[in-house]
Design a protein around this ligand. Structure first.
Ligand SMILES: NC(=O)c1ccc[n+]([C@@H]2O[C@H](COP(=O)([O-])OP(=O)(O)OC[C@H]3O[C@@H](n4cnc5c(N)ncnc54)[C@H](OP(=O)(O)O)[C@@H]3O)[C@@H](O)[C@H]2O)c1
Length: 252
């Protein structure tokens, strides 16, 4: 079978398609014929060697997939060959066949296609967990989303709108902000062109209740200063490559 293999840590050019042996599922694993696999930011970090959990080379990247069960390990009872499934696995999705722990897979609901299933687990689970378990978002909250047109950002916009919050989408271009508006964002801020702290306080009439930040860098501090009393700020990632540091400043 064919698989994308990272033979050396570095740029995406280090990932090459090779013929490799078909994996045999372990007792608690399922062999999935992969129909779709999504590319996420952490996949790029893993290939570059920058992920928080080091992955030894060679390895097949790809952390989420959707496909059809080919065979199951001897202890697996919940899934059968022919079942359509989706799920998250740290590596191995960029492959024709992937051996995945059964516990990491779910049946694809009727009417959901393989593309949607493969792109659901990482960003939507992150969005839901950030908003419900961590920020405890309420329907009348103002929710500010940084990097709102990115993978995590757009999922947070979708889930925030579904939970009834007033979503303020923050991104770096009119095209990205238009995309967020089309998904239900109530207000938008272009942080490449506008003062994020000032505009956030204006559109929310006093400050955001919740900020979700997958970007980091200078925007993080601006958004923090644009929250209202009792606001919740959730750090999800540092796509900008810069972890915000506290600095002494006299501005509020
Ligand atoms: N904690 C978790 O469970 C979890 C799960 C998934 C991802 N993450 C992390 O969340 C972060 C974002 O992931 P993602 O999938 O949303 O990534 P993404 O789709 O690439 O989006 C990242 C956004 O960040 C902004 N950005 C600013 N500077 C950037 C730079 N130098 N390079 C790339 N993007 C930059 C961009 O928006 P603008 O152009 O509008 O600024 C971009 O749309 C990553 O750090 C990832 O590791 C965490």
């Amino acid at each position: 079978m064919r698989a994308a293999v990272c033979r050396e840590l570095g740029g995406p050019e280090n990932v090459v398609v090779l013929d490799v042996p078909t994996p045999a599922p372990g007792p608690d694993e399922v062999l999935v014929r992969v129909r779709c696999a999504a590319v996420n930011f952490p996949d790029v970090l893993m290939v570059s060697g920058g992920y928080q959990v080091p992955v030894p080379v060679p390895f097949t990247p790809g952390s989420e997939l959707a496909g059809v069960v080919e065979s199951v390990g001897e202890r697996v009872t919940a899934l059968r060959p022919g079942d359509a499934v989706y799920g998250v696995t740290m590596t191995g999705a960029f492959s024709e066949l992937a051996a995945v722990p059964a516990a990491a897979l779910h049946r694809l609901p009727p009417g959901v296609d393989f593309e949607s299933g493969a792109a659901f687990g990482v960003v939507y689970a992150t969005a839901y967990h950030s908003l419900r378990s961590v920020a405890e978002l309420r329907p009348d909250d103002w929710l500010c989303v940084l990097g709102a047109a990115g993978g995590v950002g757009l999922a947070v916009v979708d889930v925030g709108v579904a939970l009834g919050a007033g979503v303020v989408a923050v991104a770096s271009s009119p095209e990205k902000l238009e995309l967020c508006r089309s998904r239900g964002a109530r207000a938008t801020i272009d942080y490449a062109a506008e003062d994020l702290r000032v505009r956030l306080r204006e559109v929310t009439e006093g400050g955001a209740d919740v900020v979700i930040d997958p970007v980091g860098g200078p925007a993080a501090e601006q958004a923090l200063r644009g929250t209202r009393w009792g606001g919740r700020f959730v750090t999800v990632g540092f796509a900008s490559g810069e972890i915000p540091a506290s600095r002494s400043t006299s501005s509020s």
